[in-house]
Ligand binder design. Structure first.
Ligand SMILES: [Zn+2]
Ligand SMILES: [Zn+2]
Length: 282
């Protein structure tokens, strides 16, 4: 297993770095500097799943967080990924080595996780704030998990994550998925939409809560991204953990998500940038 050739630590931090929120009894959201990981499973048992794998250099922090919640030497049944961007797989090699667990991702994401294909370069020219301008520093070359990564089952289920199904939400990346639990409307959205303006240094530092489209500098297909937000809105989630920003729930979530789905061209799609199709703006 190897990280991409351009893998490196990224000095970025937010006000909620190192904080965890128990959103539901079996749903824990933990902020690794500027990105969320999610633990799905009851803390009284030892059957749980880790969703996404944090920033580069955070394996020890993730392991300690998990041991604090689930007990010494506990380990997830698997790591499931929303997508393979560097900030969602930043510590995955060390975690896989430590726990000897399988990783699951959408089949269309596998080339980016097995060293075959690089993501498009981040777009530092995109409309947005300072983080967008610094995004050329962000790694986009693929990691290689070799045989440790497998495709999510085609029937929509996730091994070890009963009650959830995966929902294909492309646009931000081709094989981006979100995870949805029908019976209580729990959504783990990944970067399909987020609750902080991820391009803005001020917003990221303060974690000011505001529904937002996928991080702009890394989103090449805005048409698909819009369809994905509409798809998630139709599920009527009652609580959402997103890849970046604070959890959102209830009325605030339903109102914000409807507003985003209805006005995606105005709110989410940047006014300019190398991946923007002008037909989406209105
Ligand atoms: Zn991403
Ligand atoms: Zn992200």
């Amino acid at each position: 297993m190897t990280y991409g050739a351009d893998y490196k630590p990224i000095p970025a931090i937010s006000a909620t770095s190192g904080e965890g929120v128990e959103v539901l009894q079996d749903l824990y959201c933990y902020n690794v500097r500027i990105v969320n990981i999610c633990l799905v499973g009851n803390p009284n048992g030892n059957n749980f799943i880790l969703v996404d794998a944090g920033m580069p250099g955070s394996a020890n922090e993730i392991i300690a967080t998990i041991e604090e919640r689930f007990g010494a030497n506990s380990r997830p049944k698997a790591i499931v990924l929303t997508h393979g961007h560097f900030d969602h797989v930043g510590s995955i090699l060390e975690l896989v080595e430590h726990w000897k667990v399988s990783v699951y991702a959408h089949p269309l994401e596998l080339p980016y996780l097995t060293g075959k294909k690089s993501y498009p370069e981040p777009d530092p020219t995109v409309e947005g704030g300072i983080i967008a301008k610094l995004s050329s520093l962000f790694p986009n070359e693929p990691i290689n998990l070799g045989s440790h990564v497998q495709a999510l089952p085609s029937n929509g289920m996730i091994p070890g994550m009963e009650g959830f199904c995966w929902v294909h939400t492309p646009g931000h990346t081709p094989g981006h998925v979100s995870y949805f639990r029908d019976h209580d409307g729990t959504l783990i959205a990944g970067d399909a939409f987020v609750t902080v303006k991820q391009e803005s240094l001020y917003s990221v530092l303060t974690q000011k809560k505001e529904i937002s489209g996928p991080p702009r500098y890394f989103t090449p297909d805005w048409k698909a991204a819009w369809e994905s937000v509409k798809k998630l809105q139709r599920l009527r989630p009652s609580v959402a953990i997103t890849g970046h920003g604070l959890p959102m729930m209830g009325e605030e979530l339903s109102t914000s998500l409807k507003m985003l789905a209805d006005n995606f061209g105005r709110i989410a799609v940047p006014d300019y940038g190398k991946y923007v199709g002008q037909q989406l703006k209105h």
